[in-house]
Design a protein. Structure first.
Length: 277
């Protein structure tokens, strides 16, 4: 009799423990999964792996070199520093093919085509030490400044004239498509040159002369990024991130997994994870 009572008490205790564990499980969603929820600067874009909004999403939600700042102005731009002190506004994120569309932040205010270009020191973007490559449609605009005004400009360059604003007024210059045969001429009469990447798919050489260069500079160009492919993890309901030494992790509601959240079909977990630091 005593033995039966003992056993049933033990049984009830086990059931209570089991129920408590289940309750705990349902309440405890992994904090890293919660922390890596996609966030936005307010410009309509969602920021997630390999990017993370600095000060808003933990570092483990992305890779170094992919930190995003939010613009403090009303534009709410997502901003990335692509090389030392070179800030670019991200217009759009294409997570499915790992690319972004960006333009130099110094140009993000250009909307009125009648104004001069801002005082641009150098629009050349050096991607040597970054996690980005130019997209397949990269073209170049050549901006010539410090040009000899008394030379009045060779006739061939009349269609390419532009102006650069400076502290005291403006100076004149030329804007040419990178492949324009007249560029050696401009090189001869101008002191300095800067190369700005643009998208060749959207702007053809013949269109650049007609002041459309402001639009071309403004609308930006594509960059492809180099980081692990997140689709296996995100397709399984996880959020990609990193741990120590920037090891890839798939943060799932229960806990971090290596590749993807537990799935009925484990074979779908076998993804290709490539990250070259
Ligand atoms: C910028 O963000 C603020 C706050 O989220 C929002 O009220 C405002 O409409 C946003 N501005 C634009 C241009 O999207
Ligand atoms: C990422 O992986 C998925 C599935 O393996 C594939 O369909 C997709 O093309 C890959 N994306 C890139 C940018 O390689
Ligand atoms: C854009 O214009 C606003 C207002 O005129 C100014 O505060 C801001 O600094 C400008 N941004 C850049 C990148 O020049
Ligand atoms: C612009 O920057 C590039 C690379 O950073 C450099 O090679 C080039 O000389 C610079 N041009 C000017 C006019 O300063
Ligand atoms: C990625 O896809 C978008 C549209 O879905 C496209 O505009 C863009 O050109 C693609 N990126 C690359 C690098 O091809
Ligand atoms: C041209 O570049 C040189 C070297 O960077 C600089 O000293 C000079 O002021 C520039 N000239 C103009 C007109 O900006
Ligand atoms: C500017 O062009 C004029 C006319 O071609 C020439 O006489 C003058 O030497 C040039 N000035 C400079 C600084 O190259
Ligand atoms: C700024 O513009 C004024 C007026 O056009 C010009 O005289 C001056 O040389 C320019 N300064 C620079 C640094 O280009």
């Amino acid at each position: 009799m005593n033995q039966v009572r003992k056993t049933s008490t033990l049984f009830v205790l086990l059931i209570i423990i089991f129920l408590l564990l289940q309750l705990k499980k349902s309440q405890c969603i992994d904090e890293r999964y919660l922390g890596c929820e996609p966030a936005s600067c307010g410009d309509g874009n969602y920021v997630s792996f390999p990017f993370h909004i600095m000060d808003r999403q933990p570092d483990y939600c992305g890779y170094p070199g992919f930190g995003v700042h939010c613009s403090s102005t009303t534009t709410n731009h997502s901003i990335i520093e692509l090389s030392h002190n070179e800030f670019y506004a991200i217009h759009e994120f294409f997570y499915h093919n790992q690319s972004i569309k960006v333009s130099n932040l110094a140009l993000s205010n250009l909307t009125d085509t009648n104004t001069c270009l801002p005082p641009i020191e150098n629009l050349t973007l050096n991607l040597d030490h970054s996690k980005f490559d130019f997209g397949p449609d990269k073209a170049e605009l050549l901006l010539f400044y410090g040009c000899n005004k008394s030379a009045r400009g060779p006739k061939e360059l009349l269609n390419y004239q532009t102006c650069f604003a400076n502290e005291t007024g403006s100076s004149s210059g030329y804007v040419l498509f990178g492949t324009d045969p007249n560029s050696p001429l401009a090189t001869r009469v101008c002191e300095n040159k800067s190369q700005a990447p643009i998208s060749a798919n959207e702007y053809k050489e013949t269109e650049i002369g007609e002041k459309r260069y402001l639009e071309a500079l403004n609308s930006g160009f594509l960059l492809k990024w180099k980081a692990s492919n997140c689709s296996t993890c995100s397709d399984s309901g996880g959020r990609c991130g990193t741990s120590h030494q920037y090891q890839f992790h798939c943060y799932c509601p229960d806990r971090p997994h290596l590749k993807c959240c537990h799935h009925k079909n484990q074979a779908s977990c076998v993804g290709t994870l490539v990250y070259k630091p």
